[in-house]
Design a protein around this ligand. Structure first.
Ligand SMILES: CC(=O)N[C@H]1[C@@H](OP(=O)(O)OP(=O)(O)OC[C@H]2O[C@@H](n3ccc(=O)[nH]c3=O)[C@H](O)[C@@H]2O)O[C@H](CO)[C@@H](O)[C@@H]1O
Ligand SMILES: C=C(OP(=O)(O)O)C(=O)O
Length: 460
């Protein structure tokens, strides 16, 4: 009888990149319980690269971005920028994007793309600042909660924009002939990452001083401020809860490298920990991983900082359960909640995970239970009772980090796990299977035979 490893699998190219984003034609097969070892290169941060791309609208010349990850979301924001009149040149292999917004001539972002990702709404602030007018449909993205844009809108209104939301489109324009926003003091009811970024970008070209109180302190906000300042903006205090922006009339060209992805790095730390392996990661900014490293250390998994840009997770035979609560930075990131939960399913003892940011971000629980985990849900709290082993199963990734969590669980499970829903995974992880394979994982992308049509199979 053939073993699971011997079973024939139809290999698939990375189809999610060019197929319908609503459904992926491929799945990942993972044969678990393989020890990992070696080094993995961490890509540029998705959530930084996306907002920097939107920020390029502020510049009257060309922005060169380096260390840009190769992701579906990057392609989509590129398409939105092109539709607005930005010249987009992308060398995916080199991770270099040239964005020339000198002749930007459209203020209307296309619904078909905006509806697919949250980050698309980041264009509204820069468009308003640059053109004095913007029409951006309400954004899409991971179905992890309601995700309103009220804080973005209130901030733009405070800067002098008229905003009308009609037929699912946010229409904004600056009153008066000069079409220039005016600095203001803005208090955010919640330190929203996106609202802080949108308001900060809009304020860079506004007249006078803007102060954002209770601002988000995430590293991606700091990266955006550094990027804008390098183009001649005057932003102070990014990384604290009070950001002060003094508007300037114009921003100039720039060559800028995107900060490393702390969420990708955290995901690989979990991959090392769950397989009881030693792996090192670089480049990273260890300070951006403080909460994850602290929680790993609390459960008995040591992470060594080998160099200012390199960390290494050390193998631990056993680890304990713990409690985590997701919080804005520097608290434990919601984007690592799902991968950390996978790890805790195999801990000795119980854990309590409280998701405070997004009301629908525990959809991986049912799928992890399918793999033999023992997790009970009470509202936004997951009670995880550690089990000795997970067993491979077919599972469905419902959002980006949920999909990553299932990959992590599959690496440790007994037998084969098949993860569906790669349209989510491919939005945010740059070639995850090649990176894991490089560490020794047995993982293969294959055709999802339940989705692919006969003519398509023939064409492949
Ligand atoms: C593209 C990007 O950078 N995505 C990240 C960004 O999303 P995003 O910028 O959407 O996240 P926010 O920080 O804005 O959201 C945090 C909370 O604020 C609420 N809220 C937000 C805006 C608003 O106008 N009104 C409102 O009520 C949201 O519903 C949520 O409950 O930060 C999240 C929190 O770290 C991460 O999980 C996402 O990966
Ligand atoms: C939720 C995420 O992305 P987005 O905000 O683009 O949906 C994420 O990166 O985990």
């Amino acid at each position: 009888m053939p073993t699971q490893e011997d079973r024939p699998i139809t290999l698939a190219p990375n189809l999610s990149q060019d197929s319908s984003p609503e459904e992926s034609h491929s799945v990942l097969h993972i044969w678990g319980q393989q020890p990992l070892s070696g080094h993995v290169k961490i890509s540029g941060a998705k959530n930084s690269a996306l907002v920097l791309m939107a920020g390029s609208i502020l510049c009257s010349g060309t922005c060169r971005l380096r260390n840009v990850p190769s992701l579906l979301d990057i392609t989509r924001i590129g398409e939105i920028l092109s539709a607005l009149g930005v010249k987009v040149l992308h060398d995916q292999e080199a991770g270099i994007l040239d964005l020339d917004a000198s002749d930007i001539n459209q203020s209307k972002a296309p619904y078909e793309i905006v509806s697919k990702l949250r980050a698309s709404f980041f264009v509204i602030g820069p468009l308003l600042a640059r053109l004095g007018v913007a029409q951006v449909p309400l954004p899409g993205g991971c179905s992890i909660g309601d995700r309103p844009v009220d804080l973005h809108v209130k901030g733009l209104q405070a800067l002098g924009a008229e905003v009308i939301i009609e037929h699912g489109v946010v229409n904004a324009y600056v009153r008066g002939n000069r079409k220039r926003l005016t600095g203001a003091r803005i208090y955010l009811d919640f330190p929203s990452v996106g609202a802080t970024e949108n308001i900060m970008m809009a304020a860079t070209l506004a007249e006078g001083e803007t102060i954002i109180e209770n601002a988000a302190q995430e590293p991606e906000v700091v990266d955006l401020a550094n990027f804008c300042n390098a183009m001649g903006a005057k932003i102070q205090g990014a990384g604290t809860n009070r950001i002060v922006i003094n508007g300037v009339p114009k921003l100039h060209e720039i060559d800028y490298s995107v900060v490393p992805d702390r969420i990708e790095a955290g995901t690989f730390l979990m991959a090392g920990a769950i397989t009881r392996s030693e792996i090192s990661l670089s480049p990273v900014v260890p300070d951006h991983l403080s909460a994850a490293i602290a929680k790993l250390s609390e459960i008995g998994i040591h992470v060594a900082i080998d160099a200012p840009d390199c960390v290494r997770v050390l193998p631990a035979k056993t680890f304990r359960g713990t409690d985590i609560e997701t919080l804005p930075f520097p608290g434990f990131p919601t984007d690592l909640q799902a991968p950390f939960m996978s790890l805790l399913t195999l801990a000795e003892g119980d854990s309590m995970i409280t998701e405070t940011l997004f009301e629908n971000r525990l959809q991986h629980v049912a799928e992890l239970n399918r793999m033999g985990a023992d997790i009970r849900l009470k509202g936004n709290i997951a009670i995880v009772r550690g089990v000795p082993q997970l067993s491979g199963a077919p599972v469905q990734g419902t959002d980006l980090r949920a999909s990553a969590a299932l990959v992590i669980a599959g690496l440790a499970a007994n037998g084969m796990t098949t993860v569906k829903g790669l349209n989510h995974l491919d939005r945010g992880y740059d070639n995850i299977e090649a990176k894991l394979r490089g560490l020794g994982a047995k993982i293969q992308r294959a055709l999802d035979t339940s989705v692919v049509s006969a003519p398509m199979k023939a064409a492949l």
